[in-house]
Design a protein around this ligand. Structure first.
Ligand code: PGA
Length: 250
């Protein structure tokens, strides 16, 4: 089974129109050798989606949203539907990021509904899971992530969905799990996806690692078994660092 690696940049609440130049620079540095080996996408803030969609399309990068509402439209002030993201040029959307789960109280049920909305709109959901530091210290990391996978994946999801394992304590902290812990979690996640979707689909699902991925540690993290790419926050804001991470696949 060969899964094509995916490196996704999550800009979070960062980026103004001037930042679009970084997407152009990413396209220029995303050369044929790298294109042959990995998919690259950027997930800018909502304000930049339509503009970034045009720039990313010219640069040969994919585009993703950072969140979507479960409904296709309606009276939901401040929210954005999966259909709107698709219309702006997106082909992916991140759902269930730990910052959404903690800042907005999103439950596994909410995340599952958003993932289903993404699929309804023709987007690929990147479904995020991950344990907190106290949960890992208590020895509960696998149990917590297993329950998040069970609760957050739509029952009949297709194999093009993406899972991102992001330990909450590794996000934006400069800390990362050991490669052994990453390997154990990703193997476990593969089994849980299999239990939910069946073996054939599970073998095709890409499982990304996220949490303090940088050019300096990408090679080590991305060669771990069952790690099929990265979800990158801080290091995705500049072309230099983002391409530095993706270059682990050269
Ligand atoms: P980070 O964020 O790379 O800045 O740690 C990752 C994420 O939250 O997706």
């Amino acid at each position: 089974m060969t899964r094509r690696p995916l490196v996704a940049g999550n800009w979070k609440m960062n980026g103004l129109r001037a930042s679009l130049a970084e997407i152009e620079a990413m396209g220029a540095a995303y050369d044929d050798a790298l294109r042959a080996r990995a998919d690259l996408i950027v997930c800018p803030p909502a304000t930049l989606m339509a503009l970034a969609g045009d720039v990313a399309a010219r640069a040969g990068l994919g585009l993703g949203g950072q969140d979507c509402h479960a409904a296709p439209g309606g009276a939901h002030t401040g929210d954005i539907s999966a259909e709107m993201l698709k219309d702006a040029g997106a082909s992916y959307v991140i759902v269930g990021h730990s910052e959404r789960r903690s800042d907005h109280g999103e439950t596994d049920g909410d995340v599952r509904a958003k993932a289903a909305a993404a699929l309804r709109a023709g987007l690929t959901p990147i479904i995020c899971v991950g344990e907190t530091r106290p949960e890992r210290d208590a020895g509960d990391a696998l149990t917590v992530v297993g329950a998040q996978i069970d609760g957050s994946l739509p029952a009949d999801a297709p194999s093009h969905i993406v899972i991102a394992y992001e330990p909450v304590w590794a996000i934006g902290t400069g800390l990362t799990p050991t490669v052994d812990d990453v390997a154990a979690m990703h193997a476990f996640a593969r089994e849980r996806i299999e239990a939910r979707l069946g073996r054939g689909k599970s073998a095709e699902v890409r499982i990304l690692y996220g949490g303090s991925v940088k050019p300096s540690n990408a090679r080590e993290l991305l060669r771990v078994a069952n790690v099929d790419g990265a979800l990158v926050g801080g290091a995705s804001l500049t072309a230099k660092d983002f391409i530095g991470v993706a270059s682990a696949y050269r």
